[in-house]
Design a protein around this ligand. Sequence first.
Ligand code: DQQ
Length: 489
Amino acid sequence: MQPVSINKPGVTQNVSEWAELTKARRAHFSEDPHYPRYHFVAPSGWLNDPNGLIQWNGHYHLFYQHNPHEAAWGPPHWGHAVSDDLIHWQDLPIALTPEMTPADDGGCWSGCAVDDQGTPTLIYTGVKSGETTTCLALGDDTLINWKKYEKNPVARAPRHPEHTHQAYRDPFVWREGENWYQVIGTSLQGRGQVFLHRSDDLKNWQYLHPLVPEGVRATLSDSGEIWECPNFFRLGDKHVLIVSLWQGGVLTYPVAFIGHRQGQHFYPEHMQRLDWGEQCFYAPLTLRNDQGRLLMWGWLQEQRSKEAQLKAGWSGVISLPRVLSLDSNGHLQMEFASEIQALRRERVQLKHPEAGAVVNTGPTLELQLTLERGRARRSGLKLGGLAKDGEEVRIYVDWEARQLVIDRGRSILNQKLQVQRGVFETFNDTVKLHAYLDHSVLEIIANKQLALSARLYSAWDNDLSLQLFSEGGNSKGAHFEAWRLAGIW
Ligand code: DQQ
């Protein structure tokens, strides 16, 4: 990729030193069979939420929650990378580091980025002595040099009689008319909510009210005690609120509410789970690019023990970009960004797929599979290691239960969370699966409506094989296309 345009003396040096350092760190993982090859992972250590997504001078900037010291959550820094094509990323120096002054010694938690009349501005949650507040960092045109605003914090949790869990985090900011608006994740009466604030300069904020009227909030059926990482935007003739559901200390999964706005209030009409992975896809953040496409990235959590993560030396993956749109029913639909197809290399042929032929593919793969029900009770695909006898993961449609299932029951290294299921909202007898496998990462979108992500810590490496199967009767012939994919580093 082209280097980022850097117009400050001295900075280029810093960037190239960083590039050398991160290259060496990444090389260290090249033999790790679980380390993804074309997903973004921190150069080393811990990564969680994507933050501050912004397109600046045409380049896509990704910031992310990061602990560079070890593969465990710690006072978060903001890691930083840039891409021209949404696929290849160049590591850039860490953008924000927790500091005693003015307001974030406990970490620079999640937030967003905006263009304030030519000044790139990061708006994040600063944590100091346990209090979470909204803070700013101002950048220059390189997006490499950041200065925390000396009068941080710029907003504090309002005194609200029903405020619970002391939750106040993850600002999401947008411009409307003469004003800036900020939604921020919180909890009222033990239920997730977002507070709405307004400002005319990003530095002085006025609290307005909960975005969803409390009477309406009480009727929603989600299980979030805290709504984390809100995104709020217009899509077609609807408004969409995305939140991630914190429940009893567990980061469960994100949902989207699709609804309408009346003045400064939002009225959800429909709720969709954004990914059915069990604690696997969380804290998604959206970016509307220069062409108006709405892109979304999430944090693919690890599904293995803390000890295993520490031992591996890295933890957390950024998902592939997913493009969001509304379907004709006003529901959210998702597709993987078409740019990812640039990674396609050889085609994987599966002759006579209905006869159960086996093909050896390797673990970096794009798959497009159309399944027709026929008389089958279940039909789908087996992933197996040729050399590791008995190790097998099944991806299938359970036609009676109307579910997409990932069953890792025959995968020897997965002790827990063996089966994950996603439930189709609408369903007919054809399911189109689009899947990306990248060593320990599996992301699937089915019929553009159901996403299911999982982590597979299997022992297979380059000997992965594929085989179609059906149970309880024949399914009609499946349409199968697959490609081996190139790595990005
Ligand atoms: N992670 C951040 C918080 C956010 C949570 C801290 C969600 O800002 O609420 O690392 O994963």
